[in-house]
Design a protein around this ligand. Structure first.
Ligand SMILES: [Zn+2]
Length: 288
């Protein structure tokens, strides 16, 4: 039986082409705080188990290959972190500089949602294009976001910055799914915020889901326990289901949670980490 011929070029000497569409994901822990399960899980008393301390870590995600580097979220600002009593381990702009992600190169910035710990430091990338769900942009620049239960999760000055960026045409708003670059997809989930999005990245170690705050903690996902800050509970649950379906279908191999202290232990210490980052940075996939 003859197989249909593929169009592969027959040049065995050529190194395997990992191509333009395979990346290394770098995860850097830049901040932390200690809290309680009763603070992070919605209606924790429902589970009828003792409360206990839980650490909430803050991460930056850099997606890079030899063609480009992209930034997924920009962390909290030093000022907002201080006001909210968060521990800053390394100021995000310092992290970006240490990893060679320079504002002058205007890396594309993907914003999963507008909470203060995800869009602080946006001004560091003043010339970058921003990709964000249109629903998310509309919500946070609209009137309901001014109400107390939403407003405390953002910084007014940062929303103003986002608004200014949008007015200058720097924000690429999408709905549903957006292919940001070959091998990088942004997918709108909602739930935690109206337009919360996740990012799927192809790596040499398989597809990675940067879940951001669709999944703060592995326990949240594994035990089906919604987070306490929620815009749409139904969509938050459906987000968990959607991730499970993606895992079952093989379209995700690794899940990177938004705030879990176990994250660094799950992945590979970064080869050639910049000085001072050996204990803070891990990677998924080979550098290409
Ligand atoms: Zn959040």
């Amino acid at each position: 039986v003859s197989q249909p011929k593929t169009q592969e070029p027959q040049t065995p000497e050529r190194p395997p082409d990992t191509g333009d569409s395979t990346y290394q994901v770098v995860i850097v822990r830049y901040g932390t705080r200690d809290t309680l399960k009763s603070e992070v899980y919605l209606n924790f008393q429902l589970y009828d188990e003792p409360d206990e301390p839980v650490r909430l870590d803050y991460f930056l995600w850099i997606v890079r290959n030899q063609h480009r580097a992209l930034v997924v979220d920009t962390g909290f600002s030093r000022a907002a972190g201080r006001r909210r009593d968060r521990t800053l381990l390394v100021d995000p702009p310092e992290v970006f500089t240490a990893f060679g992600v320079e504002p002058a190169a205007a890396p594309t910035v993907l914003l999963t949602h507008a909470h203060y710990d995800h869009i602080g430091n946006l001004s560091f990338f003043a010339d970058s294009a921003i990709v964000m769900s249109g629903t998310e942009v509309d919500f946070w620049t609209g009137p309901v976001a001014r109400r107390a239960q939403f407003r405390y999760t953002v910084e007014d000055a940062e929303i103003a910055e986002l608004t200014a960026a949008r007015d200058r045409g720097r924000v690429r708003e999408f709905s549903g799914t957006a292919t940001v670059a070959p091998g990088i997809e942004m997918i709108e989930f909602g739930g935690h915020t109206p337009g919360l999005s996740v990012v799927r990245v192809q790596t040499s170690d398989g597809p990675v889901l940067l879940a951001s705050d669709a999944i703060h903690y592995y326990e949240e996902y594994e035990r089906d326990m919604p987070f306490s800050i929620v815009a749409d509970l139904r969509r938050m649950y459906l987000g968990f289901d959607r991730v499970r379906a993606m895992v079952a279908a093989g379209s995700i191999r690794h899940i990177v949670c938004g705030h879990d202290r176990e994250t660094l232990a799950q992945f590979t210490p970064l080869q050639d980490a910049p000085s001072g980052y050996a204990d803070l940075a891990v990677s998924i996939g080979a550098a290409t």
